[in-house]
Design a protein around this ligand. Structure first.
Ligand code: GYE
Length: 328
C-alpha cells in the first residue's frame, strides 16, 4: 500500500494501526514491474460473480492489468449476492486498502457502505453497473458502458431489420441490476416509436446461459410459432436461447431473429454464422482505465465523474471481418 496516502487522515491511519492492519508485502511482480514497495497500491475489487463470459473477460482484464502495474489486487467474488459484496467492501475498508472498485450487482442499497468508505477516506470507483444513490459524492468516479444506449441501438437495429416480424420475447438480465434496468427501459422507449414491434413476453434469465435456455424452452411451449424475435440482455442468454430454439426444431437467425448485447467472441461468431442477427458491444476490457482513474484520484488529479466506453454493433455486414481482432 502507498506509504503516503493523501486520502488517509492521521486519525484513520492511527485507527488502522490500532486495529493491526496488515501491511502489503512486496511481491515478485512488484519487483519485476520495477516498483518500489513504497509506491505499491492495494486495491480491493468487489466483483459481482462469474455469471457470464463478459464477466470472466472483465475479471481477467482487471487482474492482468493489476499484475502489469504491480498493483496488489484483493479480489472478492460476490457470487451474485449484494450482501457478499457489501461484506467484501467492509473488509477492504478494515484492511485499509488504497482504493475500492465495486461492480454493483444491483443499483440500490449502497449508501451505507459507501458512506463507511468515505469516512475512512478510501475512494470508491464504481465500475460496469451504476449505483442509485442520494449522494453522488459517496463515490469518486464511474467507469463503464452506457446501457441505455446499448438498448436503444438494439431496438433501432430491429426497427430497420425486422421486416414483417413483429412479436418479441425479452430475456432480461439480473433483476435490479443497472444493466437489466437500462437495457429494458431503452428498448421499451425505442419500441414506443415503432408500434408494429411488440414485446409479447419478458422474463429474467439472470444473464446466465443455462437460464436463458430454460426460459426460452418455456416461452416456446407457451407461445409456439408466435415468437418471431428474441431480445436478450446479454449474449450468454441469447446463446442459451439458440440451443432451445434448435432443440425445438427451428432455425435461429431465420425462423426466429436473435438480437443481443455484449459482443463476446462466441456471439460475433454466431452472427457471422447466421445463427444470431445482431449483437451490440459492451466492452469489458477496461482494467487499464480503472487503474488510470484510481491513480489519478490518489494523485489528487481531477477525473471525469462518469466515463462511458464506446460500443459498436455487429451484424451480418461486419461480424466476420471483426472476428480475428475480438479480444473477448
Ligand atoms: O452484459 C452481462 C454481465 O453488467 C454489463 O453483466 C454487465 C453485464 C453483461 O453478466 O453479460
Amino acid at each position: 500500500m502507498m506509504k503516503r496516502r493523501p486520502f488517509l487522515t492521521s486519525l484513520a491511519a492511527s485507527a488502522a494501526l490500532l486495529l493491526g492492519f496488515t501491511a502489503c508485502s512486496k511481491s515478485g511482480s512488484d519487483a519485476a514491474a520495477g516498483n518500489s514497495g513504497d509506491s505499491q497500491l492495494t486495491v480491493g475489487f468487489a466483483q459481482t460473480g462469474a455469471e457470464s463470459a463478459w464477466r470472466t473477460a472483465n475479471t481477467n482484464s482487471l487482474r492482468n492489468e493489476a499484475e502489469k502495474r504491480g498493483i496488489e489486487l484483493k479480489f472478492a467474488d460476490g457470487q451474485s449476492k449484494q450482501e457478499n459484496q457489501i461484506r467484501a467492501v467492509r473488509s477492504f475498508i478494515a484492511q485499509g486498502v488504497d482504493a475500492i472498485v465495486i461492480a454493483p450487482i444491483v443499483e440500490t442499497g449502497w449508501d451505507p457502505v459507501l458512506r463507511e468508505a468515505k469516512r475512512a477516506n478510501i475512494p470508491v470507483v464504481v465500475m460496469d453497473r451504476t449505483v442509485a444513490t442520494s449522494d453522488e459524492s459517496l463515490y469518486a468516479a464511474f467507469v463503464g458502458s452506457d446501457f441505455y444506449e446499448e438498448g436503444r441501438m438494439a431496438a433501432d437495429w430491429l426497427a430497420e431489420n425486422a421486416g414483417d416480424r413483429t412479436n418479441i420475447v425479452e430475456l432480461q438480465g439480473e433483476p435490479g441490476s443497472a444493466a437489466a434496468n437500462e437495457r429494458r427501459k431503452a428498448f421499451a422507449d425505442a419500441l414506443a416509436k415503432h408500434p408494429n414491434l411488440k414485446i409479447i413476453d419478458s422474463q429474467t434469465g439472470n444473464f446466465r446461459r443455462a437460464e436463458g435456455k430454460t426460459v426460452m424452452e418455456a416461452m416456446l411451449k407457451t407461445h409456439g410459432d408466435a415468437i418471431q424475435i428474441v431480445y436478450a440482455h446479454n449474449d450468454d442468454m441469447a446463446l442459451g436461447a439458440i440451443q432451445a430454439i434448435e432443440e425445438a426444431g427451428k432455425t435461429p437467425g431465420e425462423d426466429i431473429m436473435i438480437v443481443s448485447i455484449d459482443a463476446i467472441k462466441e456471439a460475433v461468431q454466431a452472427v457471422a454464422d447466421g445463427k444470431m442477427n445482431c449483437t451490440v458491444e459492451c466492452n469489458p476490457l477496461f482494467g487499464p482505465k480503472i487503474y488510470d482513474t484510481i491513480e489519478a484520484i490518489l494523485a489528487g488529479k481531477p477525473v471525469e465523474k462518469k466515463s462511458y466506453n464506446k460500443d459498436e454493433l455487429f451484424d451480418q455486414t461486419n461480424a466476420a471481418a471483426a472476428l480475428p481482432s475480438r479480444q473477448y
